[in-house]
Design a protein around this ligand. Sequence first.
Ligand code: ATP
Length: 318
Amino acid sequence: MIHVENLVKWYGPTRAVYNISFDVPEGQIVGFLGPNGAGKSTTIRMLTGYLPPTSGAASIDGMDVTKESEKARRQIGYLPESTPLYMEMRVEEFLHFRGKLMDMPRGDRVKAIDYVSDRCGLQQIRKRVIGQLSKGNRQRVGIAQALLHDPKVLILDEPTSGLDPVQIGAVRQLIQELKGKHTILLSSHILPEVEKTADRVIIIAGGQIKADGSPSELRQRVGQGASVLVQVKASSESVQKAFAGVEGVEAVEVHQQGEWVKAVVKPKPGSELRERLGQTILTNGWAIREMRNETASLEQFFIQITADQSQVAEESVA
Ligand code: ATP
């Protein structure tokens, strides 16, 4: 449904997006995740036909976003980062205005406004002036206008930014309810945001894709970087020596804490170390007060790969 091939965007000397490619099948919710300045909005603006790419191509439902921009845009409902609402208009009036811009006849508009008002919980506030609504309700109006022409693809740029936790929960739920009916690309710089909502997460940093997979696949990648944490009563030298000799151990780091040694033992890929480490402790007759697998969190993984990448981007531009 969304096809992106080698997209590149330079703003003068600044390389904002470099060689991004991905495909999104129909019905999938994809979280587009990256720190500030990663290139999310630039990619989204190219996808929605608002910004020409320096090179590369993108299409929505088979329609090229630059060569058939008008047709491609009709397949997209777009919620930009700062929603362009007319503060002095009433909700219903604004939705009519948006529908007219999409060339929707009056009868279709009335039906569509009823439908999106139901979907987005706007029935109670249809007659209210937009400028007097809470930010959460304004965001619902933004999503409603994006849905009005029943687009195949919904592109939401930071849909929960600036909302309080209750409003965030409500917008998240709304996005979940839209699942199945639309293919959704959702950008965010907050990991839990996309982790909770998306079927798949694309992590972008320094204008390039750093990881692409379902939240559970990304968790597995994190799991492979896990280590075993052990605390035994011994000297750090003896623990270092004994653990380093255990089959399947890649690295051992030891910290003496009084009589106790805290060891972080990194396994070779695919190795489960706890049983063998336990036997080594028994053989040496050491007292033990802790042994557990320590998994890096998805959050740490995100920070690590995006930090590496922003450094690369700075170097490439410098
Ligand atoms: P944010 O979450 O802060 O919006 P983002 O991931 O959406 O970040 P972009 O806004 O796409 O990132 O910006 C990517 C890079 O391009 C940044 O280095 C930014 O400073 C630069 N950039 C964005 N828009 C322009 C512009 N109009 N002119 C020059 N540089 C720009």
